[in-house]
Design a binder for this molecule. Structure first.
Ligand code: NDP
Length: 494
């Protein structure tokens, strides 16, 4: 079981969640040390921002090369710290490389200066908009995808010309240290990407250390604290938080594909995915057939800490009790276990669990479980499925199997939808990633993800003096009359 104990007052240890072995010891950086890192980052950021997009892109490409060549080593660190299977860690790295490539290549196109239309009244001007880096971005990351998730912010922030101070989860500091060390190899001149380690207090210190923006990924509860910590300095924030995603299965769906996708969405990474599905709403006409297929597929996925297991252990010890509570309260409220269940929990290993007949107000349906569990519920039609899927404060992602998929996607209140596939949108670097409501705000990935780490600067240059001088105290009544006329001509007919 994972145990985080202070080795000395100023240090903490990390243990492999599978074996319990000690895998690292890291400093708890103090607020003063975090401030120092941000000051160093400011100097480094000025240098980094002074490079061209192409020069930064070349460094990011070389960083990508290091990650690709040493992926097996990095996957080993991820496995040791999170317990996830080595092959899943490799997959996580592979997906990250695509984002690094995209951000490096597209930053000049998305953020470089472009012309804007001026309109008739300002036809004597040339208008341009460009994007400037904020300066120093503080990135606070979770442990569940300790490479893919923080690099979803870091890669885009760096490509936009910012320096980054990265605070990984206290469960995965070794993965963070590996990334920062690898980046330092390709950018040795200045500490453009730095690491600070510690617990939540180090993250809180980063929010108040003079950074120009915070990119937070983690739980909704912590996001609220981060937002409060950012408020006094009006530090902007992008918040990627939890979810309670649903899978919708229509009567006309390919049930084999839908069951396979639902099993993956619910169980992959032992259910510890922000976009993991926790609820499935199935058209009543195909409910039994779908459920049978889902149970068969999910029943073949075994959780454990041995190399043959497809699901690793639950990384965060205390999450096991939340998962157990959600299963037990669902059963107490009339739900039935058709696969797994709390009896199959052993230590921090939770077997895939499928629950049916669970009331919609049970915690298994309303709260983020973050374990390999799914509730499966029959619905009259897809209207009811949409209504139930939307009946949550979260709004991260959804998965839909239906011929009306595009239409249903439009009715879902969430930031991302996978149609006839699973976990597809985060694998497309040009698509923005993020949610609404309790799932947070702002976007990483894609053009929006680049713009998240830059502010727009508008420039309007006068090419010649306008015949109508409007912004002068020498304006005449004749000009005012003409403005009134033009105004009516341009807008009065609407
Ligand atoms: P937490 O909210 O517990 O922690 C997230 C990060 O915030 C960690 O680095 C943590 O440090 C840090 N932190 C804790 N307290 C504070 C504080 N007061 N001020 C600043 N930082 C603080 O989330 P988890 O790490 O447990 O991650 C799981 C959650 O992340 C789930 O809810 C999941 O859905 C969500 N998530 C969302 C994603 C998305 O893109 N929408 C992607 C991945 C996960 P420490 O760990 O050291 O306490």
């Amino acid at each position: 079981m994972t145990t985080i104990q202070p080795a000395r007052a100023s240090e903490f240890t990390v243990h492999d969640p599978g074996s319990g072995d000690l895998v690292g010891q890291y400093p708890v950086h103090t607020a003063a040390q975090v401030r120092d890192a941000v000051e160093r980052a400011r100097v480094a950021g000025a240098w980094w921002a002074g490079l061209s997009y192409q020069a930064r892109g070349q460094r990011l490409d070389r960083f990508r090369g290091v990650l690709a060549r040493r992926a097996a080593q990095l996957a080993g660190v991820i496995h040791d710290e999170t317990g996830k299977p080595h092959s899943d860690a490799m997959l996580e790295i592979a997906l990250t490389l695509d984002h690094l490539a995209w951000a490096a290549k597209n930053a000049p196109k998305v953020l470089g200066p472009r012309r804007a239309r001026t309109g008739l009244m300002m036809a004597n001007h040339v208008a341009t908009v460009g994007y400037k880096p904020y300066g120093v971005v503080g990135v606070i990351g979770p442990w569940n995808y300790p490479v893919f998730t923080p690099l979803g912010s870091i890669a885009y922030a760096l490509a936009a010309g910012n320096a980054v101070v990265f605070k990984p989860s206290e469960l995965t500091p070794g993965t963070g240290a590996w990334l920062v060390e690898a980046f330092g190899q390709v950018v040795p001149e200045h500490p453009v990407l730095q690491l600070v380690t510690g617990d939540g207090s180090t993250g809180a210190a980063l929010c108040g250390a003079g950074v120009d923006k915070i990119a937070f990924t983690g739980s909704t509860a912590t996001a609220k604290k981060v937002m409060a910590a950012c408020a006094p300095t009006l530090t902007p924030l992008v918040a990627e938080c939890g979810g309670k995603d649903a899978v919708l299965v229509d009567a006309d769906a390919d049930l084999d594909a839908a069951a396979d996708a639902a099993a993956w969405a619910g169980m992959a990474n032992a259910g510890q995915s922000c976009i993991g599905a926790e609820r499935v709403y199935v058209h009543e006409r195909v409910y039994e057939s779908f459920l049978g297929k889902l149970v068969t597929i999910a029943g073949k996925a075994r959780a454990g800490s041995d190399p043959g297991a497809q699901l690793g252990p639950i990384t965060l010890d205390r999450q096991v009790e939340i998962i157990r509570r959600h299963i037990d309260t669902a059963v107490a409220a009339g739900g039935r276990v058709v696969l797994g269940g709390s009896d199959t929990i052993s230590g921090n290993v939770v077997q895939p669990t499928i629950l049916v007949d669970v009331p919609e107000d049970a915690p298994a349906v309303t709260e983020e479980t973050f374990g390999p569990t799914l509730t499966v519920t029959a619905v009259r039609d897809m209207d009811e499925a949409v209504e139930l899927a939307n009946a949550t404060g979260y709004g991260l992602g959804a998965t839909v199997f239906s011929r009306r998929g595009r239409q249903l996607a439009g009715l879902l209140r969430c930031g991302m939808v996978a149609l006839d596939s699973v976990f597809s949108y985060p694998r497309i670097p040009s698509l923005p990633f993020g949610g609404c409501g309790d799932s947070g705000f702002g976007r990483i990935h894609g053009p929006d993800g680049l713009r998240e780490f830059a502010y727009a600067q508008s420039v309007a240059r006068q090419r010649f003096t306008a015949p109508l001088a409007l912004t002068t105290f020498a304006r005449t009544p004749k000009t005012d009359a003409l403005v009134a006329k033009v105004m009516t001509l341009l807008h009065g007919r609407h």
